[in-house]
Design a binder for this molecule. Sequence first.
Ligand code: ZN
Length: 60
Amino acid sequence: MSQTKTCGTCKETKPVSEFYRRGGGKPGYRYRCKACDKIARRKGQIATASNEHCGHSKQR
Ligand SMILES: [Zn+2]
């Protein structure tokens, strides 16, 4: 029994094994599949994502 998930980038439905798991306590997967994650990482979209997140929430 394998769960499937639709990638938010390529819109393809793939088994969850094709998705990276999110860190932290909550179970869940990234909206982007491994293939798209690799592409995005190559473009440099992911590298600063977590830093950006922290920066924005502190900016009040
Ligand atoms: Zn994808």
